[in-house]
Structures are given as structure tokens and as C-alpha cells.
Design a protein around this ligand. Structure first.
Ligand SMILES: Cc1cc2nc3c(=O)[nH]c(=O)nc-3n(C[C@H](O)[C@H](O)[C@H](O)COP(=O)(O)OP(=O)(O)OC[C@H]3O[C@@H](n4cnc5c(N)ncnc54)[C@H](O)[C@@H]3O)c2cc1C
Length: 472
């Protein structure tokens, strides 16, 4: 019988909310969310969703609500998805049109998050203004976990899932516990070194531009009028040496999400000199695009005080759990955003973990088995996406693998190779499915139950005094 579990999640971003929605399908699990902010909030920026993630959102029964939150119609079959342009010159030109099986749906983050919040199970308990400081579980990691908050309060739950983002408090403690159980001092040090996220050498300038402002932009050359992202336009990616700009329409086509990435690969792994997120003067963004085509300058000139994000990522972790505590979303795999996939990976974590925890064979005495299968199934895939995201950033910066010093002015006919490589690296987002991984997770859980059952029966038969004492 599936016994009732008390479960807590710390953090309410895309990952935490999606997890609560997914778990809400299992009425015998109590869910509590602890969120450090006074309300659930998302920054004013865009977020894109790929067909593979859309299919998981369908399983979560969110797609009808999500369709209403965007102007874009979900499409199946071959679709124009991104227009790539070489733009680091006075006269840019198209270099590649990315066509995918199904389309990339774009949202205002707040609208996307609202759909998750509105679909939370009514039974979920939410505590705002609760900043987690640490947790406590016994050394064997086989029992309930007590959470300690900044205001001095404590709460105890059967399982804690840290959905607390890139600067995760839960990750720090999970990895510290893993290090204390490591086989060698070297292994322990390696685990401890992976606690702080590393700067990728990338900064992203983010801003939302009203379409009307761009239309009014005085110096817009005539061609701009047909390029302004209308509701039915496709996202555009402007490429230059180690700088790229992505724009797409959100908010029913009223706003343009603008993100400009500037890569200094040689600085990856160093400490970013300044705050991770800060508003900067527009001039800084203009300077980064000096010599670029007017089409890009028109958009940049319409931004106001863009937010500069120093993009950090975590090292690929070797394990996402410790005892009755697990990691999900950016706390487990903060990655460079160049594949627009960090949020999608958090949604996949949420679906797989909820499926395992909600399975009839999982109860509070064998939570660790579900966490171990979750880790085996999800971690390699998420780590691979993180790796692909870094490669994608290099490609956007016009760096072909193995030919970093290629002078594009001497071989413009080869620019399509950048597009081909991007297609290849990104194709998992429309060509693959989470479904086989979910099936494997469930089958591993059921197989391990069979093994457990056989071993339990054998131990009963072997009991020397015939008292039938189970050894498990
Ligand atoms: C420029 C950029 C563009 C991106 N574009 C895309 C995209 O198009 N598609 C996509 O899928 N992904 C994209 N991503 C990635 C995506 O934004 C993240 O992967 C995703 O938001 C992570 O969600 P999360 O819930 O794991 O973490 P977060 O969103 O960081 O949420 C963490 C939550 O935990 C709370 N919290 C933190 N610490 C504590 C604590 N100690 N106690 C209690 N609560 C706490 C926070 O307040 C927050 O609510 C992009 C990222 C960037 C930077």
C-alpha cells in the first residue's frame, strides 16, 4: 500500500512549481512549498518552450492554459523556427533558416509562471517569506528531514526537494554530506569544489522592448518594417564574433524579448568582477555591438537600462541526492541558457521524480530507492544538455569546432556550416522524447521491487531459528 508522505519543496521557480503540479496528480502525497520571496515572481523577460518539453507539459495537462498565454499556435510538422543572420558588419545577411519538427513557443515569464501557479493542487501548502538556512537529517539519511529557516522556525518532512535555483542552499548541504561520505580525500575535494557555480565567461543583456517603440524608432530603415517581430514572426538570431543577439515576440506580440550575449571564453571559470545581475546604461550594450548592422542597432536603441546577467553554471554533479533530500532544476544543473533549455530540463526532472514518488510501490520507508532511480535517469541527460548549451554558445559566436581562427570574410560560403552544426546540436529538443526515460524509471522501480521481494523471501526461508524475521 502506498503510505501517505509529507513532502516539502524549498523554492517556487519554474522547477518547484512544475514539481508541485506533477505531484498534485497523487492525492495521497502532502506537499508544502517554502519560498523565500513574499510572492511567486518571475523577472520581466521571455522564456521559450521546445516541442519535447511541450509534450511533457501536455502530460501535466497544462497545454490548454499555456495556449492562451501566448500568441503562438503550437504547430506540428516541419516549421520555420529561427532565422540566423550574420550581423557584425554594416550590411548583414541571412545565413540559415532553422526548420524544426514542431515550433518553439515563446512566453513572457510571468505569464508562463501564472499558468503553473493557477494549476497548483488546491491542497498544496505555501509558505512565503521563508528563507531556508539549512536542513538536518540523521547520519544514515533514512528518516525525516528538519528544515531550519532564517526566522528561526523549523518544519519536519519525510522528503525535501531543493528547487532553490542556481545559488541553492540545499545543493551546498547535499554535496557537503556526499563529500563527508566520499571514499577518498581527493573525491571529497572534487565534490566540494563543485558547490559554487562557475562563471561561464558569458554576460547576457536582457530587456523587453515594446513593438510600438521599435516601429516608432526614427532611424529605422524601410526594411526594418518587415522584420519587426509581429505576432506570427519567427525568432531571429543575430550572430557576430563571440556576440549574439536573440529576439522573439512575447505577450501576444506586444513585446520583443531581447537577449544579447557577449562571450569571453578565456575568462570562463574566473570570478566575475561585479554583481551577477545589475542594470547597466544602454551605452554598454551599444558598445558591444559597435560596427553591427542597423537592424540590430534599431532594437538595441529601443532598450532601456538593460539588465546585465553574468551567466554562471554548475559543474556536472556526480549525484543529486543525499538521504531523504534531492535536487531539482537549477539547483541540480544550472546551465548556460544558449539552448533555451534550463527551465525545460527542470520540468523534465519534475515529471520523472513525481512519477517515481507517486508510484504505488513508493512509500516513506523506501524513498531513497526512488531518489536513486531519479538520479540515474535524469542526471546524465541534464548534464548532456548543459554541455550542448556551452557548444551552442560557441557556435553562435561563429566558432566552428576545430577551426577557432577561421576568417569568415575569406570563406562566407561556409557560413551555413554554423547553421548545420546548430541544427545537429539542438535537434534533441524536437526529435527526442522524455517518454522512454519515464518508462525506464518505472521499470527500474518495479524490477528493484521484484529483487527486493525475492531477497526478502529468501531471507525468511534462511532464518536459522525459523522465526521468519525479515532481514530487510
Ligand atoms: C538569459 C536566460 C535565458 C533563458 N531562457 C530559457 C528558455 O528560453 N527556456 C528555458 O527552458 N530555460 C531558459 N533559461 C533557464 C531557466 O530560466 C532556468 O533554468 C529556470 O528558471 C530554473 O528554474 P528553477 O525553478 O530551477 O530555479 P529558479 O527559477 O531560480 O527558482 C528558485 C526559487 O527558489 C527560491 N529560493 C532560492 N533560495 C531559497 C531559499 N534558501 N529558501 C527558500 N526559497 C529559496 C527563489 O526565490 C526562487 O523562487 C534561461 C536562463 C537565462 C539566464
Amino acid at each position: 500500500m502506498h503510505s501517505r508522505s509529507k513532502l516539502s519543496r524549498s523554492g517556487g521557480g519554474i522547477g518547484g512549481l512544475a514539481f508541485a503540479v506533477a505531484l498534485g496528480k497523487y492525492s495521497d502525497i502532502d506537499i508544502t512549498i517554502y519560498e523565500s520571496a513574499p510572492v511567486f515572481s518571475e523577472i520581466g523577460a521571455g522564456v521559450g518552450v521546445w516541442p519535447r518539453i511541450w509534450r511533457t507539459l501536455q502530460k501535466l495537462e497544462l497545454t490548454e492554459a499555456l495556449k492562451k498565454a501566448t500568441h503562438k499556435e503550437p504547430k506540428e510538422g516541419l516549421t520555420d523556427t529561427f532565422q540566423f543572420r550574420k550581423s557584425d558588419q554594416r550590411e548583414g545577411h541571412d545565413i540559415y533558416k532553422l526548420q524544426t519538427d514542431g515550433n518553439f513557443l515563446t512566453y513572457h515569464r510571468a505569464h508562463f509562471q501564472n499558468v503553473l501557479v493557477e494549476n497548483l493542487p488546491s491542497s498544496v501548502k505555501i509558505h512565503y517569506n521563508m528563507h531556508l538556512k539549512r536542513y538536518e537529517q540523521n547520519a544514515s539519511g533514512n528518516s525525516a528531514v528538519t528544515l531550519h529557516f532564517a526566522d528561526g522556525t523549523t518544519f519536519t518532512h519525510d522528503l525535501v526537494v531543493g528547487c532553490d535555483g542556481i545559488k541553492s542552499t540545499v545543493r551546498r548541504q547535499v554535496l557537503t554530506e556526499q563529500a563527508s561520505n566520499a571514499a577518498t580525500p581527493e573525491e571529497a575535494q572534487e565534490i566540494l569544489d563543485s558547490i559554487p557555480p562557475q562563471w561561464t565567461g558569458l554576460v547576457a543583456y536582457r530587456n523587453l522592448v515594446p513593438v510600438e517603440r521599435l516601429k516608432e524608432y526614427q532611424d529605422a530603415h524601410p526594411e526594418l518594417n518587415i522584420r519587426v517581430p509581429q505576432a506570427d514572426s519567427i525568432p531571429r538570431m543575430y550572430l557576430g564574433k563571440n556576440v549574439n543577439v536573440v529576439i522573439y515576440a512575447i505577450a501576444q506580440g506586444k513585446l520583443i524579448n531581447v537577449a544579447s550575449f557577449h562571450a569571453q571564453h578565456e575568462l570562463a571559470g574566473t570570478k566575475f568582477p561585479g554583481p551577477w545581475v545589475t542594470n547597466v546604461d544602454k551605452q554598454e550594450l551599444i558598445d558591444v555591438h559597435e560596427g553591427w548592422e542597423e537592424e540590430v542597432h534599431a532594437i538595441i536603441n529601443c532598450t532601456e537600462s538593460p539588465a546585465r546577467w553574468a551567466i554562471h553554471a554548475s559543474a556536472p554533479l556526480k549525484c543529486w541526492n543525499s538521504g531523504h533530500v534531492a535536487l531539482l532544476g537549477d539547483s541540480a544543473h544550472a546551465m548556460s541558457p544558449q539552448q533555451a533549455s534550463g527551465g525545460g530540463q527542470a520540468i523534465e526532472d519534475a515529471y520523472v521524480l513525481a512519477t517515481l514518488l507517486g508510484h504505488r510501490l513508493t512509500n516513506k520507508t523506501n524513498i531513497r530507492r526512488a531518489l536513486s532511480i531519479y538520479d540515474n535517469i535524469r542526471r546524465p541527460g541534464a548534464n548532456l544538455v548543459a554541455e550542448k548549451s556551452l557548444l551552442q554558445g560557441r557556435l553562435y559566436g561563429l566558432n566552428l569546432p576545430g577551426e577557432p581562427d577561421l576568417d569568415w570574410s575569406k570563406c562566407p560560403e561556409r557560413l551555413h556550416e554554423i547553421g548545420d552544426a546548430i541544427y545537429e546540436n539542438w535537434s534533441w529538443t524536437w526529435n527526442s522524447s522524455l517518454e522512454p526515460f519515464v518508462e525506464k524509471a518505472v521499470s527500474d522501480l518495479e524490477k528493484s521491487e521484484e529483487i527486493f521481494d525475492k531477497a526478502r523471501k529468501a531471507s525468511l526461508q534462511m532464518s536459522p531459528d525459523n522465526t521468519m524475521t525479515p532481514l530487510f
